[in-house]
Write a protein that binds this ligand. Structure first.
Ligand code: B12
Length: 215
């Protein structure tokens, strides 16, 4: 029988190989993928976030845990779609134009996926036009913008302006983050929210998509 404690520990310890192996066993035993995610994997990732915030875990542990989580989710996602489980919310994420830093953005995307969100990752160096056309096409609840450079952070403002120009600003919440971004900057450019790190991003995203279920 699939050992779910082993799966929890594998995500917590960033052991992707074990996480994938136990997930395969669980799938073979027809365990409910949604329950697997909500009762085992999300609590493990929440513990990872807690350890990061109290500085017992650092970025490498976060990345390894995110990779383990991603490995399992890759197997479970098609089953979730097939079972018709409703995602927590729809998110489009990308690093803004001119900026190639994607490690933090990838981490935020993985944590959001772990939190049950359906995430479309546009990658790095994404132009305002590309963000606008993706919002038009995919109709996400939340648009997440990442920037790591002081010189590229203003592209967040340009992207929000482009959403306004396209008449789409009211249709989507915008959350921004990345090292040069502050809550003041987020307010100044007209974003709806800011989070300092990936685990906080999930909490904030829940507040936007399902205020009643926010942790
Ligand atoms: C790795 C790195 C690179 C790699 C990027 C590889 C990659 N695939 O991402 C490479 C080598 C390519 C690179 C290039 C450059 N880099 Co660089 N880089 C870094 C470095 C060392 C680490 C960044 C990182 O990955 N951190 C780890 C992640 C996990 O943290 P994070 O990105 O901050 O993300 C967290 C939060 O910010 C937040 N978050 C991030 N995005 C989002 C989005 C949302 C919506 C939310 C809610 C939260 C959120 O959550 C994340 C997880 O908790 C930083 C220094 C540093 N200590 O930050 C410099 C740094 C960012 N780079 C810098 C510079 C100057 C450059 C270059 C211009 C160097 C050059 N002269 O060529 C180029 C620019 C290239 C470009 N056009 O983008 C400067 C920026 C200075 C500034 N203030 O503008 C830094 C700060 C280094 C320094 N001290 O000078 N870099």
């Amino acid at each position: 029988m699939a050992n779910l404690k082993k799966l929890y520990d594998a995500v917590l310890n960033g052991d992707a190989k074990t996480a994938v192996a136990v997930t395969q066993e669980a799938i073979a035993e027809k365990l409910d993928p949604a329950v697997l995610i909500s009762d085992t994997m999300i609590p493990a990732m929440a513990e990872v976030g807690r350890l990061y915030e109290c500085e017992e875990y650092f970025v490498p542990e976060l990345l390894l845990a995110a990779r383990a989580m991603k490995g399992s989710l890759t197997l479970l996602r098609p089953l979730l779609a097939a079972s018709g489980t409703k995602p927590t919310g729809k998110v489009v994420i990308g690093t803004v134009k001119g900026d190639l830093h994607d490690i933090g953005k990838n981490l935020v995307a993985s944590m959001l996926e772990g939190g049950g969100f359906e995430v479309t990752d546009l990658g790095a160096d994404v132009s305002p036009d590309k963000f606008v056309s993706s919002v038009r096409e995919l109709k996400p609840d939340l648009l997440c913008l990442s920037a790591l450079l002081t010189v590229t952070a203003p592209s967040m403002r340009t992207t929000i302006e482009a959403l306004k120009q396209a008449g789409l600003r009211e249709s989507v919440k915008v959350m921004v983050g990345g090292a040069p971004v502050t809550p003041e900057f987020a307010r100044e450019i007209g974003a709806d929210g800011y989070s300092e790190n990936a685990s906080q991003a999930v909490v904030t995203a829940r507040q936007f998509c399902h205020p009643d279920k926010a942790a």
